[in-house]
Design a protein around this ligand. Sequence first.
Ligand SMILES: C[S@@+](CC[C@H](N)C(=O)[O-])C[C@H]1O[C@@H](n2cnc3c(N)ncnc32)[C@H](O)[C@@H]1O
Length: 287
Amino acid sequence: MPVSRPTMPFPEQALSPRDFAFLSRLVYERSRICLGPEHRPLVASRLARHLRSLGCAGFSDYCAILDAPTGTDEIEFLIDTITTNHTHFFRERAHFELLAGHLLPTLGPRAATAGRPLRIWSAAAASGEEPYSLAIVMAEFARRHPLPAWRVFASDISRRMVERCRLGIYEAGKVALPTADLLPRYFRRGFGPREGYYRVRPEIRRAVTVEAVNLFQDPYPVPEALDVVFCRNVMIYFDAPSRAQLVGRLFEQLAPGGYLVIGHTESLLDLRHPFSQLSPSVYTRPL
Ligand SMILES: C[S@@+](CC[C@H](N)C(=O)[O-])C[C@H]1O[C@@H](n2cnc3c(N)ncnc32)[C@H](O)[C@@H]1O
């Protein structure tokens, strides 16, 4: 008689401290995301269904798959599953107002004088709401003021997020924009099977280059001499040495006079870094 494998519910207890240590070490090595013991239940619950779909009898089986030379795709899945991708359009609105009101009026002429496009990088873009918000700000600014050619680069470590960002399709209820006129100007309403969704208009999607990038890879596949880097709500997942390394890399990636914007709840206070601080979450590379 065939022996069927027990279908375990994979409760938190089923993820042993040893297997959790293996998973958290792997996640740290690949992404620098720190998983403390308090994350064990979260990791167990996020992976449970996937383990069942793979037919694993438990987490030790899963660790063995990851550890095998063929485990590369599975490691990507693990990183996708572990990352927290919460975001929304115009999140932390003050940063977008600062960009339109104070940064673009000086950065635009500077890029024009240098004879190059203005370049902004959304370095932990998640599903794309941040880079498309940036592109909308740029397009709106360009309607009223002279602005050289511009591009937004969007990237994330999660392949799943990169795909969603490229698609640029969002549930209607989630497309909350600062003013009502922006919706028809920058989004197309879905019909038929896409009823209830909006898609970013092609001219804006074309202005945004989307790629999978690990913030700890070297080199970055984005241009140097960037004008602005939005690296928001991702450093909270990294330890101090990783944040220091990242901030140093972002400094090098910016043009002199360029800006680094981090999340409102983040801080560089505990790090040695070469930036000048403009406000708690906005830094500049001195000219
Ligand atoms: C909470 S979201 C932030 C989204 C957006 N920046 C915002 O503020 O709304 C954090 C994103 O960082 C990404 N991330 C985590 N570690 C990363 C790494 N090492 N390299 C690139 N992206 C990473 C995650 O995949 C996730 O989509």
